[in-house]
Design a protein around this ligand. Structure first.
Ligand code: ZN
Length: 347
């Protein structure tokens, strides 16, 4: 039984470490955000992110141990995010975790960042029954997934273009709001009228895929027209109307997916700013506690990350089909990945 797992997460612009007991109880969780560093560029700059991870990661791990009043020798296992994410950023976390594993002899598990987001729900709801329908809307990812059991996922639909989070960042930018866009839009929308502008509900009628580029473009054209007409931009109304349209789309897709699959339980793994909070917001942004939960289960399954393992910036959530396939590479010590391209922008 793996009891104490320390996890490291550096896939995007958050340097994080956490210690979780028994895959459930967070003993400490430290997140050093780089948001301020990237804010002036309106998005994450990969080179700056890697460098900052490198400067910060050891201190974050030390702080995590200190907050839990533990030493490395007290731990039972290690976990680290191997993808998806930014190549250079992932490399820093993996090199760090491998070094700790090599130095201590502790087993190390590689974790899929997307699975970690889904498993964050288990930190607060220990009686979650499966299978469940999952909406994963975090950073560069927007997808609906059936979680058959821990470690077995079937992707029902993804976004065809922008992820919801990317649309939030771009709309925030055009409204002159701060990066990251989700929290800024949410704040701006508080006093706004969600019915002020009738923005399109993207693809409400079709399938289980998402598309947010039409909604984003509609907001951009509206802002352009309002600017040409002169006068102050109704930022609060625009933010509220955009948020309402985005959330409507997500909710409509969840309802459709629940109906089509007969799911009775829904897990929302949703980044801040989309107005749907299921695990508490602190667990929905990037953190290492969720990585520790996924790592706990991987270690229990006997999975070990080799010291020669490389990050996979385009790692996807494996479908249950690939996981049970006898053709799956037997040597794979990391969660199986497919060749399907995925966005590498994960926040
Ligand atoms: Zn994330």
């Amino acid at each position: 039984m793996t009891r104490l797992v320390l996890a490291v997460e550096t896939s995007c612009d958050e340097t994080a470490a956490a210690i979780v007991r028994g895959g459930r109880e967070v003993l400490s969780s430290v997140v050093a955000s780089q948001a301020v560093l990237h804010a002036e560029f309106g998005g994450v700059v990969p080179e700056l992110a890697s460098r900052r991870h490198l400067e910060t990661v050891n201190a974050v791990v030390a702080e995590t141990l200190s907050q839990a009043t533990l030493e490395l020798a007290d731990l039972d296992g290690l976990a680290v995010t191997i993808g998806p994410g930014l190549m250079g950023a992932l490399l820093v976390g993996m090199a760090t975790a491998k070094a700790y594993s090599y130095a201590t002899g502790l087993p190390l598990a590689g974790v899929n960042h997307l699975e970690a987001h889904i498993l964050a729900a288990f930190l607060e709801f220990d009686r979650l029954r499966l299978p469940a329908l999952v909406l994963l809307a975090s950073g560069g990812h927007t997808m609906l997934v059936i979680m058959e059991e821990i470690g077995r996922y079937r992707v029902l639909g993804e976004t065809r273009d922008d992820a919801a989070g990317e649309a939030f960042d771009k709309v925030a930018k055009v409204l002159g709001l701060d990066y990251p866009g989700g929290p800024a839009l949410e704040e701006a929308a508080v006093d706004g009228d969600p019915a002020a502008f009738a923005f399109p509900r993207a693809m409400r009628a079709a399938g289980l895929e998402f598309s947010f580029s039409g909604l984003k473009t509609s907001v951009l054209y509206t802002v352009k027209r309002l600017r040409e007409e002169g006068g102050a931009l109704p930022v609060a109304d625009l933010a509220a109307s955009f948020q309402e349209a985005a959330v409507d789309t997500l909710v409509a897709k969840i309802a459709r997916a629940a109906e089509e699959t007969g799911s009775e339980r829904v897990i929302l793994a949703v980044a801040r700013g989309l107005g749907l909070y299921y695990p508490s917001p602190a667990l929905c942004t990037d953190n290492a506690a969720m990585v520790a939960v996924a790592g706990h289960h991987a270690l229990e399954r006997g999975e070990r990350l080799g010291l020669d393992a490389r990050p996979d910036p385009a790692l996807t959530l494996a479908t249950s089909e690939t996981l049970v396939s006898p053709e799956a590479p037997a040597s794979s010590e990391v969660p199986a990945s497919s060749d399907a391209p995925a966005s590498s922008e994960e926040a």
